[in-house]
Design a protein around this ligand. Structure first.
Ligand SMILES: NC(=O)c1ccc[n+]([C@@H]2O[C@H](COP(=O)([O-])OP(=O)(O)OC[C@H]3O[C@@H](n4cnc5c(N)ncnc54)[C@H](O)[C@@H]3O)[C@@H](O)[C@H]2O)c1
Ligand SMILES: O=P(O)(O)OC[C@H]1O[C@H](O[C@H]2[C@H](O)[C@@H](O)[C@@H](O)O[C@@H]2CO)[C@H](O)[C@@H](O)[C@@H]1O
Ligand SMILES: [Mn+2]
Length: 441
């Protein structure tokens, strides 16, 4: 098995240490010869890097080299894989994405509605630059991207790099939801075979089988409705916000029992309820700054101070494991089936070919090979078409510098609808996003 040279772009991320634990856990499936950290913020990168250096000496002695840099050539030259997890504007801009729409009585969320639009317009520019930089030094490397809003990033990257066949956008939400299904069904999550369709953060499970071919869908629905639905991945199991989100998924299933919803649909189906429950002074970004970010920083500081990771409270999480398993399937042509974001091209036959859909695909050395879905029912088709039009308009607004297209996008988005609100929100977002957004006229 060829050993890989892996680059983590955005290595200062709060998810990096969990990713390292996942690489250690999966070292037989995805063996590495080298890990390189790349970030534009040297200080933020250094804490994770110094802790990783110690962790890898102890738990990955087979690794030939670990290094960190802010130099693009040093990072990307001869890379086999680049895992991308950047956040343009950081968590402080995420807080503004959440607070500004809330001020106008609208959902304030990282990837949904106006917050997702604002984040999208920031991410597109940096992601295009990053892909160009990677391609300059590593024309054949696999780029696996987690950067949000993955739906908009995927549409924009497809427009900018239409022929790049080694660029894959993924999201851990479907597999995180499946961990909860597995717990309810008393099965191993990797023994589940899902059928699923939609856009990123906007989709439905239509069937849950196991690898032996048994259909668990109706029993699963009944158990969720009877007993409730809770997050089970260790990273989110005890998080009150995620517990509320999973509880809401049960409500969605009761209201629309045909298919099992992605948790993110709560923002589009119950926008007033989601807005009312938020405290504008303590939105999710603040919770993450004082929660996950603080926790990860403390763990790293402790590892560095003690010179060992033996006592560190680090664990494997689904976020990291999913990326590593997907990479292994691409690297070694394993044909493993995962839900990923890919161009529609007739997979969902009554949706546009150019939509970037999220569907089960076999991951091969020649890229994702999605399984045919066929026609989807009118309700879902209607919802997806509106949401896809929003994603496309945001992307076009970026490339054309069009203010009008942003107003159209938010008017179409189920979290906004009112053109007056759309204008007021866009105007406020422009003020704080001047360093990041294109000029809009
Ligand atoms: N797709 C998914 O399902 C999924 C799941 C979890 C997180 N995410 C995304 O992963 C990303 C990281 O999240 P986080 O909360 O850890 O953020 P974070 O702010 O903690 O980390 C992001 C890192 O990226 C760096 N960065 C910013 N711009 C960069 C650039 N142009 N080049 C290189 N590095 C750059 C920052 O300095 C920072 O260290 C976000 O985009 C988040 O939305 C996606
Ligand atoms: O609000 P946050 O920053 O806690 O989470 C936002 C992200 O939520 C999803 O990712 C979850 C993931 O589903 C779960 O398995 C676990 O690893 O935690 C992640 C974050 O808590 C979503 O898929 C991402 O796109 C969001 O960025
Ligand atoms: Mn996601």
């Amino acid at each position: 098995m060829k050993k890989q040279r892996l680059v983590i772009a955005g290595s200062g991320s709060t998810y990096t240490m969990g990713m390292m634990m996942s690489l250690i856990e999966e070292k037989d499936r995805f063996p590495l010869k080298e890990i390189v950290f790349y970030d534009t913020d040297a200080e933020r990168q250094e804490r994770n890097a110094k802790a990783t250096e110690i962790l890898m000496q102890e738990r990955y002695p087979e690794l030939e080299s670990f290094s960190y840099t802010t130099d693009k050539e040093e990072a990307f030259k001869e890379a086999d894989f680049v895992f991308v997890q950047i956040r343009t504007g950081g968590l402080s801009m995420r807080e503004k994405d959440e607070q500004i729409p809330l001020k106008h009585g609208v959902v304030g969320q990282e990837t949904c509605g106006p917050g997702g639009m604002a984040y999208g317009l920031r991410s597109i520019k940096d992601m295009i630059q990053l892909v160009n930089d990677i391609r300059t030094y590593a024309p054949n490397a696999w780029i696996l991207n987690y950067t949000n809003p993955a739906a908009i990033v995927a549409v924009a990257l497809k427009k900018e790099f239409p022929h790049d066949s080694r660029l894959l956008n993924i999201c851990d939400m479907p597999i995180a939801i499946m961990i909860s299904y597995a717990k309810i069904l008393e099965l191993d999550v990797w023994n589940l075979v899902p059928e699923y369709f939609g856009l990123n953060h906007f989709g439905w499970f239509t069937k849950i089988y196991d690898k032996q071919g048994n259909d668990h869908t109706e029993r699963l629905k009944s158990l969720i409705i009877e007993k409730g639905f809770t997050p089970e991945d260790k990273e989110i199991a005890n998080d009150v916000s995620w517990q509320q989100t999973f509880a809401q998924a049960r409500q969605m299933l009761m209201d629309f029992p045909e298919f099992l919803p992605n948790t993110y649909l709560q923002y589009y189906l119950y926008p007033e309820q989601m807005t009312a429950k938020e405290d504008p002074n303590r939105t999710r970004a603040r919770q993450v700054i004082e929660g996950r970010q603080k926790r990860v920083h403390n763990i790293c500081d402790q590892i560095i101070e003690q010179g060992t990771a033996e006592a560190a409270d680090l664990h494997v999480d689904i976020h990291g494991v999913f990326m590593v398993k997907a990479a292994a399937s691409l690297a070694y042509n394993l044909n493993d089936r995962f839900i990923v974001i890919t161009e529609n091209n007739g997979i969902i036959s009554n949706l546009p070919d150019d939509a970037m859909v999220e569907v089960p695909s076999s991951l091969t050395a020649n890229g994702p090979k999605p399984f045919a879905i066929g026609e989807i029912p009118t309700f879902y088709k209607g919802l997806i078409e509106g949401q896809y039009a929003y994603e496309k308009l945001v992307t076009e607004a970026y490339f054309e510098g069009s203010y009008q297209k942003l107003i159209q996008a938010l008017t179409l988005n189920r979290t906004v609808i009112s053109p007056d609100k759309a204008k007021a929100i866009v105007d406020d977002l422009i003020e704080v996003n001047r360093p990041y957004w294109p000029n809009l006229t």
